[in-house]
Design a protein around this ligand. Sequence first.
Ligand code: NAD
Length: 473
Amino acid sequence: MTPHMTIGGERAAARAHFAVINPATEENLDDAPACQRDQLDAAFEAALKAFPAWSNDEDTRLAMLSELADRIVAAGPELVDLLVLETGKPRDLAEIEISACKTWIDYAIATELPRTFLARDAHANIEMRHRPLGVVAAILPWNFPIVMTITKLAPALRVGNTMVIKPSPFTPFSSLRLGEIVNEVVPAGVVNFVSGGDEVGQWMTAHPTPRKVTFTGSIASGKHVAVAAGADLKRVTLELGGNDAAILMDDIDVGPTADAVLARAFFNAGQACALPKRVFAPAGLYDEVVDAFTAAAERVQLGASDGPLAMGPLSTRPQFRRICELVTDADAHGVKATTGGGRADRPGFFFQPTILTGASAGVRIVDEEQFGPALPIIPYSNVDDATRMANDTMFGLCGSVWGQDLERATKVAERLECGVSYVNSHGVHRPSVPLMGSKWSGIGMEHGLEGMLEFTDPHVVFVAPRLTDTALT
Ligand code: NAD
């Protein structure tokens, strides 16, 4: 592991360190640089200094983003190696993460900021435009370190901002290496990469320089970020946790539906924000559904490095402890595991793919975001009942409805209180489609034109005729 922090286009000397663990072995991977306060100040200063030139030259920005996409593709194998080591995810999932970066950058390049004419008459030409905010602070979680950095970086740079970026302390190396690659392309100071613990995130949100904080992480941290950003009226986008419902309609083809829902629920070992985390099944089909999910979970290949059924360990020790704790708590409340139910008998943070029956609201595994491969299946008597249970939460990221009758399923999906409702799919993202949470799952949007606009301030330009041409209006 050699990646360094990049501040003002230069490698920053590490004056303090923190340990990073390989979740597949529980061994120390290496020490990562812990950013010091004066280094963070230098990063923000460099970003501020780089802003005027960067924001004034769109052609250069587009050309550099295009070059960056190519460089990430070229560095793919190296970045994949780092991702596998620090997240534990299967190699092909890491490859998908890296190859997605070009798609997101290409979308940003192709997306133009709108100029909207609000009035064009004898009295004035009035136009709504958008301009960059200045310096953006980006704070990232550990589950998709590279692609999530790119989904923030591409639109933020596209519209002319400069940045200071902090990856999760659990997965700093791939991001720091990405930072070195980015800095081979963009001018010094445009994008600064620092690493460190939660306190560095707190310094970033309290720092006077950034005009926006874009944050992806837990609801608990998101609330702190909102308070800190609010104190300085910084713009803020929060993409936070989810406890998504998947409602199975009574016309499902049980086997294929169970396979499809489970594949989404256990994607990245269940460690993604927008995945089915509570499954609601019609009471009349309940036993058949549980059997099908159990069979699907038993086909998962824990520890395999490739293939559609491969699943890695939990990526962090706290997350591993959390999933162990939630399943133990469920057991104490009479919830049964039809398969799995505990840690795998091997080193590393591997947890057995687990299907749970007999869980309901009031048990933590249902009420909280588990973020791991343990899925409760809850019976419902009618669709109103299922919708009520699905919505009876302060989470509101995504949700899904699965069934053959698309019209009926869509009507139910429309009633889900969340940012994105899927029918026969879940947690599939496209660069052009905004992602946002309702309730506690977030503020603002990412992705799509709407997400890009969040890296700008609206700006009305009101042009009245020459005073010599007309009377003052
Ligand atoms: P986390 O909140 O613990 O940490 C996220 C980042 O915030 C880290 O870089 C951390 O160092 C930093 N941080 C922590 N406390 C902070 C504070 N008070 N001020 C500023 N920065 C702070 O989250 P995590 O465990 O890394 O990530 C998992 C969570 O992220 C899950 O809840 C998941 O649902 C959520 N998530 C949401 C989305 C989404 O798009 N909605 C996507 C991925 C993950």
